[in-house]
Design a protein around this ligand. Structure first.
Ligand code: FE2
Length: 294
């Protein structure tokens, strides 16, 4: 009898896995030793059969590996990536994320995850006025992109790869479809994204989620000089976000999250509407691959 491979199991148990994902927001598949390489991971993604979502308009640098598989984020190992929903600053975002551990880190590199409706609930309880303003006005994200990718920054994607073109007019047209204005500058382009909602109602569950990238964008503002030039976030009318509230939100996120310590061959499914994710700094090697689906 042939060994049961993960793609075969996925095809057979797809609705069961979907029900787990719906109930918990994230599912970790561990111990499937026949799934070890990027090609194997791609076969699993194909077995799920979800529609692909091209990575257009996102600020992180990623490398195409094989088929629908990319590196998760090329940001340098010492950088912590803060909590975000993938592509939450854009009108269309992936509903399902898949991460795969091809190589574990020598130290660190866990992927913390966090139920987003818990953040919403805690913030509403403590900062009702802020949450109401956020719901009413939404958010504007500002990102600066150079021409080419720069892997030394967590937000280092160049505009050419971000918009999949070398033509400024085409980039402008693609940006407009993403509710993004471009202001061309001498050494790159400033992108003004939004206003876009900062909170979303999860139509499949009776709750609202903290569907934004405030933590990632705000900490970039106050953190590393290179990233602070690249990204900022404000309310949708341009007014600043209150610093104390955001810092408390970051604290809530740390308290409520759990870390996923990777083992080789692990495959993590995430419902991107329900769960926020981040990345801890690490000592190389570490190779986490990703695929995003509609
Ligand atoms: Fe991410």
């Amino acid at each position: 009898m042939p060994a049961c491979t993960l793609p075969a199991a996925v095809k057979e148990q797809k609705s069961f896995l979907e029900s787990l994902l719906q109930r918990h927001g994230a599912v970790l598949l561990r111990g499937f030793h026949t799934t070890a390489t990027a090609e194997d991971f791609n076969d699993v993604i194909e077995a799920f059969g979800y529609e692909d979502l091209p990575y257009v308009g996102g600020p992180s640098t990623r490398t195409e590996v094989v088929g629908r598989v990319y590196t998760a984020n090329n940001a340098p190992p010492h950088r912590k990536l803060h909590f975000h929903h993938e592509m939450s600053h854009l009108p269309s975002y992936p509903r399902k994320l898949f991460f795969f551990c091809e190589e574990v880190a020598a130290f660190g590199g866990e992927t913390p995850i966090l139920l987003s409706h818990i953040v919403y609930g805690k913030m509403e309880e403590k900062y009702l006025e802020f949450v109401e303003k956020l719901e009413e006005l939404g958010l504007i994200y500002t990102i600066f992109a150079e021409e080419e990718d720069d892997d030394s920054s967590a937000l280092g994607r160049g505009w050419k790869s971000m918009f999949h073109t070398e033509d400024k007019i085409v980039a402008q047209q693609r940006a407009a479809k993403l509710n993004t204005k471009l202001e061309w500058m001498e050494n790159g382009v400033k992108m003004i994204m939004g206003p876009t909602p900062g909170i979303k109602r999860d139509e499949t569950r009776p709750c609202k989620t903290w569907f934004n990238s405030i933590a990632a964008a705000y900490t970039a503002e106050g953190g590393d000089r290179k990233d602070s030039e690249k990204m900022g976030v404000s309310f949708g009318d341009g007014s600043p976000l209150p610093e104390n509230v955001i810092h408390d939100c970051l604290k809530i996120m740390e308290e409520e999250s759990i870390d996923i310590p990777w083992q080789k061959g692990d495959l993590l499914m995430i419902d991107n509407l329900a769960v926020l994710h981040s990345r801890k700094p690490f000592t190389p090697p570490r190779r986490i691959l990703a695929a995003f689906c509609k």
